[in-house]
Design a protein around this ligand. Sequence first.
Ligand SMILES: Cc1cc2nc3c(=O)[nH]c(=O)nc-3n(C[C@H](O)[C@H](O)[C@H](O)COP(=O)(O)O)c2cc1C
Ligand code: SF4
Ligand code: SF4
Length: 279
Amino acid sequence: MPKASIFYFSGTGNTWWVANELAAALSQRRIEASAYSIEQIAAGRAAELVAASDLVGFGYPIYGSDLPLPMQRFIVEIEVRPAKPAFVFCTQWLWSGDGASLGAAMLRARGFEVRWGEHFHMPSNVSVPVLPWPLHTDAPPAKAKYLRHSSFRVQRLAEHIAQGRLFYRGFNTLSTVAGLLQRAPYRRHLHKFRDALAPDPARCTRCTLCVRLCPTDNLLLEHDTIRTVGRCVLCLRCYSFCPEYAMLYCGRAHRHGPPFRGPSLGFDPFALIGPHKRF
Ligand SMILES: Cc1cc2nc3c(=O)[nH]c(=O)nc-3n(C[C@H](O)[C@H](O)[C@H](O)COP(=O)(O)O)c2cc1C
Ligand code: SF4
Ligand code: SF4
């Protein structure tokens, strides 16, 4: 049976959900597939998995039409010669522009032959107070609607892969232009936000959950205070899962109901984490 490895980065669980659904859908079609969080595998192990796979997949959430920095670093770390078939997908709330084709271009430069690309609409994880109205929802029925829609796309992508039919959705000029327009300001201003998330000392109980969950070691407990060290990649994991809603964004406190807590009720963010920090 052919083997597939799917590597993903997921801040708050949406991409984890799609990666695991895809692995199951491929396995049902006689492609033995496993999904790996890039936080759980060292660079050397990734290279071994790629070498042992007939097909490789990559998934990430879209941040301002860009790839999260840990995923960019992961892609730069691996190289494949001779070329190997690959697929790429991103998860997004509304619109990513060229979210998947950007990753495809990066992967082609590393030697992958990207034959499939897809975008999945998932609930917004942007719970931070950026606008006067909420962008996120943590209501299970609303989240279930997104999952139903994405399930359909997972099955369709798996079928195209199993049949060996090329499939690229959202790889067109309009998406490329829209992606460029959103990505340029995002990249220009990202550095200003690398310390934007920090706990409110008045609400924080120093439970250290955020410290343990952070994929970049940006949060440190020192002298009974959680401090930041400028490595935030804006995954929003700390903000979403703090039991006290104590995380501040640019000094502003959470409002508008519970923050986004993953794609389904009881989602455990520890499923995502590992010792390999890429930032
Ligand atoms: C910093 C940041 C930027 C985002 N930018 C976009 C965007 O440009 N377009 C969009 O549709 N969703 C955007 N989102 C929403 C996420 O891409 C979406 O909710 C994704 O599924 C989260 O995946 P995860 O749970 O695996 O981290 C953004 C989220 C964050 C945290
Ligand atoms: S998870 Fe929340 S309460 Fe716990 S240490 Fe972090 S900010 Fe404080
Ligand atoms: S500080 Fe929070 S948002 Fe930033 S990388 Fe760490 S967990 Fe993600």
